[in-house]
Design a protein around this ligand. Structure first.
Ligand code: S6P
Ligand code: ZN
Length: 192
């Protein structure tokens, strides 16, 4: 990690992994209980622990004033009728925001607050998304056979609360039941 200014190539072909500090890969086995069709999940996992998404991070000290950034790549596919998606999280420091910029592919960001508000916004190339403080967020690849690639920036001291979502899920799911992308209520959602 350098003290001074630095560049990170983001656009223009293949990700240069060596320019990032961290590469996270999340496979199906890390999403236990998150997909609503448990039968489809189990059947898929029995065949292979499919790679769902990857994150390349530019890490900074986790203190106020610093910014974390990086690239998130959600691969295309579905578990049952539900699209591949990230785990999703609240920031541990709830009052911290995040900006996402869609670089390629097609998807949506599913968001909600502890107070029960929810929102689903498109992620399309060239469009930036502002996730305000207090909003949990999960990116979902609704594209047809193409990666959803986003660039994100958030305060380095934000931290991640994955536990709340792991326990209660998001209020809304993004599915394709044969008529294109639909946002439906999560039948398994429970208030913690
Ligand atoms: C971090 C930021 C992204 C996500 C990434 C993967 O605050 O929102 O870097 O970490 O999109 O999602 P998740 O939910 O597995 O961290
Ligand atoms: Zn975040």
């Amino acid at each position: 990690m350098t003290d001074g200014p630095f560049n990170t190539p983001i656009l223009g072909g293949k990700i240069q992994a060596e320019k990032f500090d961290n590469h996270i890969s999340r496979a199906l086995s890390s999403m236990k209980g998150q997909y609503h069709d448990q039968h489809a999940y189990d059947a898929m996992l029995a065949k292979a622990d499919t790679l769902l998404y990857e994150v390349y991070e530019v890490c900074r000290p986790e203190k106020e004033g610093e910014l974390m950034s990086g690239i998130s790549i959600v691969h295309p596919g579905k578990v049952g009728n539900e699209y591949f998606m990230t785990k999703g999280h609240f920031h541990e420091v709830l009052d911290t925001a995040e900006i996402y910029m869609c670089l390629s592919g097609k998807g949506v960001m599913v968001m909600e607050t502890p107070e029960g508000e929810w929102s689903v916004k498109d992620l399309t190339p060239g469009v930036s998304l502002y996730v305000p403080p207090r909003w949990a967020h999960r990116s979902v690849n609704t594209g047809d056979g193409e990666d959803l690639v986003t660039y994100f920036i958030y305060p380095a001291n934000a931290g991640h609360d994955y536990g709340t979502i792991e326990t209660q899920g998001f209020r809304k799911l993004v599915v394709d039941r044969g008529n294109g992308t639909e946002i439906i209520d999560n039948p398994k959602w429970v208030q913690v």
